[in-house]
Design a protein around this ligand. Structure first.
Ligand code: HAM
Length: 405
């Protein structure tokens, strides 16, 4: 027997319906916020992720599905969606056109992580990216949109925000931090020792208790901001306050990707286990330029769809369509004909085996159909079909000709 690869899952009933329900409604909300659907390739040049997500990140350093294709190119299954959308934005010259462009997308992402509950090697994200808007109003907007999506599905969360500074204030802060880390290097874990040279702010993300203890007196992100970053972060916080959106400022929130600047955020849930981030995002004002485009600010987020599926409830009134079945061999042809006519307008499920009425009703219910319509020997003689509304629990004998219409 051949099984799916470790950390990769089929999306089967009943999760499949929740999956579609999520995409449909999250897309609707994104469109209400002025975002347009975009589809980018799953396979990209490896360098795209090295240069955006960053070589020092775990994603690029340890988790990429990277290989050489038949043409000798180093390619990679995308570990996240932002880099591809930025590449497309530049390649299609939207950076040259100027103005604001907003995209949303959904699809599979691949990270060679150690699988556990909520952590897969193939998982699906719903993401958005906004280009060309540097106003912190957009930061608030993006957070509100994400909140609207999670609220729509009744998901409970805590919003954590932080600011990572910009190209003016981050380098001096980083230098101070490196000085501090060099003094305590002895006691740090191997990963953090490495981070001092590659990306020191990632030490705040370290799960090692000893490292966290040693970092208690470290200079804090957000404590040495330039005026512009300070103003922008204060603006975001005060707008969220005015709107009654609850949040926590978490100065340890650094995100696992290197492209962020200024506002960064995560929505975490306590109902899904250790992998508790349902969504994350932030600003990446340097990324377009860094990937060779004309300098354009950007901000976005991505939701991990699998992490939400267990939290989404679909109400029972979603039952719809007709289940058609025969209780007599001679009625099969008629059932086949009616089904083909009816499904031009409605959802129809058919069974081509003859079975008892009880068995037909059970199958109709199991398939989430609203009506169970059956033809037996008597109905066939009288030119009628027996129909039961499985929600209202009412039954009727209807003329077949009328029913077909
Ligand atoms: P990220 O935080 O790496 O950000 O991923 C976003 C979400 O994807 C996470 O919060 C989590 O729900 C889900 N996720 C990540 N890894 C896994 C996994 N191995 N298994 C299941 N779910 C997972 C990004 O990917 C950025 N591109 C977000 C962004 C867009 N920032 C700006 N624009």
């Amino acid at each position: 027997m051949i099984n799916a690869l470790r950390g990769m899952k089929d999306i089967l009933p009943p999760q499949n319906e929740k999956f579609e329900y999520f995409i449909k409604n999250a897309s609707k909300i994104a469109k209400n916020y002025g975002f347009e659907y975009v589809e980018t390739p799953i396979l990209e040049e490896t360098n795209l992720f090295k240069r955006s997500v960053g070589e020092s990140s775990d994603i690029v350093g340890k988790e990429m599905y990277e290989f050489v294709d038949k043409g000798g190119n180093s390619v990679c299954l995308r570990p996240e969606g932002t880099a591809g959308v930025v590449r497309s934005f530049i390649q299609n010259k939207y950076d040259r056109a100027g103005g604001v462009k907003r995209f949303f997308y959904h699809g599979p992402m691949f990270r060679y992580e150690r699988p556990q509950k909520g952590r897969l090697r193939e998982f699906h994200q719903f993401g958005v990216e906004c280009f060309g808007e540097s106003s912190p109003y957009e930061d608030v907007n993006i957070i509100l949109m994400l909140k609207d999506i999670l609220d729509f599905f009744g998901i409970k969360y805590t919003l954590k925000i932080n600011t990572l500074g910009c190209e003016k204030c981050l380098p001096p802060f980083r230098e101070n931090l490196v000085d501090f880390l060099t003094d305590i290097e002895e006691g740090l874990c191997d990963d953090c020792k490495r981070r001092i040279k590659t990306n020191p702010i990632r030490v705040f993300d370290c799960k090692n208790e000893n490292c966290q203890k040693l970092l208690q007196n470290a200079p804090r992100l957000g404590s040495e901001l330039c005026d512009e970053c300070k103003e922008s972060f204060e603006f975001v916080k005060s707008k969220l306050d005015n709107l009654g959106v609850e949040y926590e400022v978490d100065s340890n929130l650094v995100r696992g990707l290197d492209y962020y600047t200024k506002t960064a955020f995560e929505f975490v849930s306590k109902d899904i286990g250790a992998q508790n981030a349902v969504a994350g995002g932030g600003r990446y004002d340097r990324l377009v330029e860094f990937l060779g485009g004309r300098a354009t600010p950007g901000i976005g987020f991505a939701i991990g769809i699998e992490r939400l599926l267990d939290l989404i409830e679909i109400e029972d009134d979603k039952k719809e369509g007709y289940y058609l079945g025969a209780m007599d061999e001679n009625a099969l042809d008629l059932v086949f004909e009616i089904a083909n006519k009816k499904r031009k307008k409605e959802k129809v499920a058919v069974s081509y085996g003859t079975k008892s009425l009880k068995a037909h009703l059970k199958t109709a219910d199991k398939n989430g159909m609203r009506y169970c319509a059956v033809i037996g020997e008597n109905e066939l003689k009288e030119g009628k079909i027996w129909v039961k509304d499985l929600v209202e629990k009412k039954e009727n004998l209807i003329d077949i000709d009328k029913f077909k219409e």
